[in-house]
Design a protein around this ligand. Structure first.
Ligand SMILES: [Fe+2]
Ligand SMILES: [Fe+2]
Length: 344
């Protein structure tokens, strides 16, 4: 749209100025160029095997992970705020220690108790379904001391910090592997349900290093479901991870994490919001309608629900569990959230 002659418009452009109506569209609705998309585990796994074979970790610089970014059609990355990757570390390999002001966490696809993420001096075992927080500014490296290849989903607020704010800070630890100078369970003893009585002040502004085991997560989820609690018609049984230090959500200052359980025959109502949702399928199978598309999912797949798209979920298995990752904390911090619901 232009109300000006071509000549006038070019003259304004040449002075590095723009008329407001030329930029207004970007301000008035969520980014509709983004398309919903599902990444099947079969395709991800084949690609992981390729990069394991052709790019040994020892050939990569200390700060670079051997991982695959989920790229949403219409974008270079998963969403405008948060990015998801699948990372692989084979037996004996180490992904070197670094830190950044970008916040991150890991959700384990394949792993065991000898696969560790080391965060600020403590080794956190990585078993399937475990959630390991590597908060911003904390040094972290990944060590596979087992004889099985480990795979996990890495999620970072990198597009928000890096692209939107243009403010990423990154540095490698002076040693390739950081020293392990804390017993396993140390951070749980500082920030879990029992803490030092006299001194529990935190040096972590976001959230502390922490491991949420799948065993405990699933136990809590099924107990809530069995007691008919936490049911949300738009999300199913909807349980949120909380910051272990405060006992309140969101678990990280930029990313909210939930587990949504859909029980036999469950289908959710339809809603849309201006936040992005990335899903990893922990258990079961089913389908999600997003806009005009139907995404059929099963275990270890991931899919994205872009902002502004109507969506609903349905399980075709006896029980499905979807791990939901959302940028909603950014929206809540600045009073930006908007949601519409059908059949309320
Ligand atoms: Fe990192
Ligand atoms: Fe949603």
């Amino acid at each position: 749209m232009s109300y000006l002659t071509e000549e006038s418009r070019e003259a304004i452009d040449d002075r590095n100025l723009r008329t407001m109506w030329d930029v207004h569209d970007q301000w008035s609705s969520p980014d509709t160029d983004l398309e919903p998309y599902l990444w099947e585990w079969e395709d991800i796994e084949a690609s992981l095997r390729t990069i394991e074979e052709e790019a040994p970790l020892e050939d990569l610089p200390q700060g670079i992970r051997r991982s695959l970014a989920l790229r949403t059609p219409g974008s270079d990355i998963t969403s405008s705020t948060i990015a998801a990757f699948y990372q692989t570390v084979t037996p004996g390999e180490v992904a070197g220690a670094h830190r950044h002001n970008v916040g991150a966490f890991r959700f384990v696809v394949e792993g065991n108790d000898k696969m560790y993420t080391v965060v600020e001096g403590e080794e956190f075992p990585m078993e399937p379904g475990d959630l390991i927080l590597t908060p911003n500014w904390t040094y972290h490296d990944h060590e596979n001391q087992s004889d099985e290849t480990a795979v996990w989903v890495d999620v970072l607020d990198w597009p928000f910090i890096g692209s939107a704010l243009g403010a990423p800070i990154f540095d490698n630890h002076k040693e390739f592997e950081q020293p392990v100078d804390k017993e396993q369970g140390y951070y749980n003893s500082q920030f879990g349900t029992m803490r030092p009585a006299n001194d529990n002040a935190s040096r972590f502004r976001d959230t502390p290093p922490y491991r949420f085991s799948w065993e405990e997560t699933y136990d809590v989820l099924t107990t809530a479901a069995d007691n008919d609690q936490a049911y949300d018609p738009y999300n199913g049984v909807n349980m949120e991870y909380v910051n272990p230090e405060t006992g309140q959500g969101p678990v990280m200052s930029t990313i909210a994490l939930r587990q949504q359980m859909l029980r036999d025959g469950d289908s959710t109502k339809t809603h849309k919001h201006n936040t992005s949702e990335i899903y990893y399928v922990v258990k079961g199978a089913g389908k999600t309608e997003v806009g005009d598309e139907t995404l059929e999912w099963s275990e270890k797949d991931s899919f994205v629900v872009p902002p502004g798209k109507w969506h609903s979920h349905e399980t075709t298995a006896d029980e499905s569990v979807l791990f939901a990752m959302s940028d909603r904390p950014i929206f809540d911090a600045f009073n930006l959230y908007h949601e519409e619901r059908k059949d309320e």
